[in-house]
Design a protein around this ligand. Structure first.
Ligand SMILES: [Zn+2]
Length: 192
């Protein structure tokens, strides 16, 4: 599915239309945050909105996830379903960690899928608006964020469990996306 035209996206946003949840993500240029269409926060002005078909695409464009609507928990990348078997198989392999090792991962991934590396990149850009590496990184960060919220694991354990080679690498990637160290997420959490 391609992202619908801006006016339609914006109406979905104004209506907080749940039918668009998982199909549409909005990056707000004035804040640098991206949201689900159902976010309870005040609807941003039209001219500040950029629309994406996946959370990975929004992050690839430099937006960080909203901490209110938690776009990483939207129905998982629904936009690619039924559109490309190759992309869905690639995403399953990425979720298994096939790109978590090093730079040679994309070549190996395309080999396993029986397609050329450039073709795979093109498919990803068309269906998700993001490269395989960006998608893999998004998944790692979002999984790590979930572990921080939902477990008592140490930051080193979170980094390794989420597929980062080291705590240092995890801190770097996390800081790029959220503009603060991962441990602050846990400190910010309201007592429950
Ligand atoms: Zn939001």
């Amino acid at each position: 599915m391609e992202v619908p035209e801006r006016a339609i996206c914006y109406r979905a946003l104004q209506a907080r239309d749940p039918r668009f949840d998982g199909l549409l993500f909005v990056g707000v240029t004035s804040t640098g945050v991206y949201c689900r269409p159902i976010c309870p926060a005040r609807t941003p002005q039209f001219q500040y909105c950029l629309f994406f078909g996946s959370a990975a695409a929004a992050q690839a464009a430099g937006f960080r996830p909203c901490l209110r609507c938690r776009p990483e928990t939207a129905p998982d990348l629904a936009s690619w379903r039924g559109t490309s078997n190759t992309v869905s198989r690639a995403l399953a392999l990425i979720a298994e960690g096939v790109l978590d090792c090093d730079g040679s991962g994309v070549a190996q991934l395309s080999e396993r899928l029986g397609v050329g590396e450039r073709h795979l990149r093109r498919l990803f850009l068309k269906h998700l608006g993001a490269s395989p590496i960006a998608v893999a990184q998004t998944r790692r960060v979002l999984f790590a964020k979930q572990l921080i919220h939902e477990t008592r694991m140490s930051m080193t354990e979170v980094a390794l469990a989420a597929g980062f080679g080291s705590l240092r690498r995890f801190n770097e990637v996390f800081h790029d996306l959220f503009h603060r160290p991962p441990s602050t997420l846990r400190r910010d959490r309201a007592p429950d």
